[in-house]
Design a protein around this ligand. Structure first.
Ligand SMILES: C[S@@+](CC[C@H](N)C(=O)[O-])C[C@H]1O[C@@H](n2cnc3c(N)ncnc32)[C@H](O)[C@@H]1O
Length: 191
């Protein structure tokens, strides 16, 4: 028997939960905005979300992930993947007109800060989605600082909730309790 369920965090630890994707679909009206995914991995979230957006571009530095992403999204004509090192390339080289940016590359504090500043500078009015906000202390700290500095404004918590585990089974080594929501949607440069 074939299993056509989407691959999410329960099957592949490096992607996001299906709840995270569902909440994005619920937050943004269909076919009105373009989505840029910073750190697209194997295109698993693209596969689930791309048809909800007018255009989709996934960026990643790893060729093997980009190859997998293209194969996983073979029949999605408006989906593109591009090799781009987001920490060593000027974001002004990104010509894609992003309305929504999903930040999900390196989760260390300095890298998230760089993502935020690059995103605010290149896509002034974009809505920014952060993965692993309530799973990585470094992401939580960098995003909360940007909120406190008035660079970002919280729009909605998404994905697994604070206090929720990916697996109910406490002995599962891939599970952890979220100290905040899995993801956070923020408006940028609020006035
Ligand atoms: C956690 S995974 C992303 C998961 C993906 N967003 C999803 O939902 O399936 C992080 C990705 O960031 C990519 N990455 C790491 N460093 C990067 C860089 N300097 N530039 C672009 N992508 C990078 C990795 O190759 C990896 O595919």
């Amino acid at each position: 028997m074939t299993n056509n369920l989407p691959v999410d965090k329960k099957t592949d630890y490096w992607t996001v939960s299906q709840q995270f994707r569902d909440h994005i679909r619920q937050f943004f009206p269909a076919k009105q905005y373009s989505l840029l995914e910073v750190g697209c991995y194997k295109g698993l979230t693209a596969k689930s979300l791309a048809d909800h957006f007018t255009q989709y571009l996934g960026l990643d530095v790893q060729e093997q992930y980009l190859r997998a992403a293209r194969i996983n999204n073979l029949f999605n004509a408006h989906v593109k993947f591009q090799k781009f090192d987001v920490y060593n390339t000027d974001w002004n080289q990104i010509t894609f007109p992003a309305d929504v940016v999903l930040i999900d590359a390196v989760h260390e504090y300095e890298y998230i800060k760089q993502d935020i500043d690059n995103c605010l500078q290149r896509f002034e009015q974009a809505v920014i989605i952060f993965d692993d906000y309530g799973a990585w202390e470094s992401v939580f700290r960098a995003v909360n600082e940007a909120i406190a500095q008035g660079k970002l404004e919280v729009a909605q918590e998404i994905g697994l909730k604070q206090g929720q585990r990916l697996w109910a089974d406490e002995s599962n080594p891939y599970s952890y309790t979220h100290f905040g929501s899995e993801g956070l949607i923020c408006r940028s440069n609020p006035r």
